[in-house]
Design a binder for this molecule. Structure first.
Ligand SMILES: Cc1cc2nc3c(=O)[nH]c(=O)nc-3n(C[C@H](O)[C@H](O)[C@H](O)COP(=O)(O)OP(=O)(O)OC[C@H]3O[C@@H](n4cnc5c(N)ncnc54)[C@H](O)[C@@H]3O)c2cc1C
Length: 297
């Protein structure tokens, strides 16, 4: 067992940014990387919207740079996954470690349809993030799967970039809020396929060329955006820090502060609205500044 001033759980943009700020504040943070050092961006190629790069940077290169920067300023890195915590204890317990303050930055994962053809075309036409990848499909025909607020928001966002958007929904009514539905139905280039599911993603060496629906119809699209929800990685924290009904860590609005003194949360684990590398990094910075203030008092 080691005692630390600050433990950061998770090594995506939120965790590495928190580590950079905490290390430069003299806190000598320990970061526990979990199963995916680098986080979600390790699974993508071009990132065109992270500021500071004239040419697109690849996800793995961006994360390697963040890690290198964090280590250079004094972050200690352990490739360990946290399975249990006790935040009622003093000091706080994180697996075999104790800490005066903890930043949770364990991210979230998109839910997928679970089709082999979806897996085969991930990153080649199949995406779970319109803000991230919509730009690559401008002027093209795309489809979105889902019926909640997220799916409607993705369809609206894409309709500003793409020639046409087809929303595929397995029921005959959307779950999204009425105001979002009104905006959706008012868009001329959005159509809805009701009572339909994706049976297969069709494509060739160039990427996705279409989507076969359970109704038998084939939609000619080059992009398929799956918007059926995300799962935040919060299992070890349930019962130790307040979670909302979808499992996200609850923070005081506009801050990374949880209801537990000394425990902060940053990035996708506490943000179901923006889910971007830059917003995760911004929250990581805020969490480190709050942790530094907490430890100083
Ligand atoms: C394919 C893809 C493409 C994307 N493209 C873009 C893009 O172009 N631009 C953009 O801004 N955003 C993009 N995103 C979104 C972006 O990746 C996320 O918003 C961002 O990574 C969130 O950062 P995070 O630090 O909150 O969490 P994550 O990146 O999810 O990192 C979570 C970290 O927590 C660790 N962890 C999880 N559980 C535990 C545990 N129990 N113990 C210890 N550690 C744990 C993981 O190992 C990982 O290191 C993309 C996402 C995907 C999936």
């Amino acid at each position: 067992m080691t005692h630390e001033r600050l433990i950061i759980i998770g090594a995506g943009p939120a965790g590495w940014t928190a580590a950079i700020y905490a290390a430069r504040a003299g806190l000598s943070p320990l970061i526990l990387t979990g199963p995916e050092p680098g986080g979600q961006l390790m699974t993508t190629t071009d990132v065109e919207n992270y500021p500071g790069f004239v040419e697109a940077v690849t996800g793995p290169d961006l994360m390697a740079a963040m890690r290198g920067q964090a280590e250079r300023v004094g972050t200690r890195v352990v490739e360990e996954a946290v399975e249990a915590v006790d935040f009622a204890a003093s000091p706080l317990r994180v697996g075999p470690h104790t800490a005066d303050a903890v930043i949770i930055a364990t991210g979230a994962k998109a839910r997928w349809l679970g089709l082999p053809s979806e897996e085969a075309f991930k990153g080649r036409g199949v995406s779970a993030c319109a803000t991230c990848d919509g730009f690559f499909f401008r002027g093209q025909d795309v489809a979105v799967v889902g019926g909640g607020n997220a799916a409607v928001e993705e369809a609206l966002y894409l309709s500003g970039l793409c020639r046409s958007v087809t929303l595929i929904h397995r029921r005959d009514a959307l779950r999204a809020e009425k105001i979002a539905q009104d905006r959706l139905f008012a868009r001329k280039n959005i159509a809805v396929k009701w009572n339909a599911q994706v049976a297969e993603v069709v494509g060739d060496a160039s990427g996705v060329t279409g989507v076969r629906l359970t109704t038998g119809e084939i939609l000619g699209v080059t992009g398929l955006f799956v918007a059926i929800g995300h799962d935040p990685a919060t299992a070890p924290f349930a019962g130790h820090v307040p979670l909302d009904s979808e499992g996200y860590i609850v923070v005081e609005p506009g801050t990374p502060c949880t209801a537990v003194p000394g425990v902060f949360a940053a990035g996708d684990v506490a943000d179901k609205t923006y889910r971007q590398a830059i917003t995760a990094a911004g929250m990581g910075c805020m969490a480190a500044l709050e942790a530094e203030r907490f430890l100083a008092h």
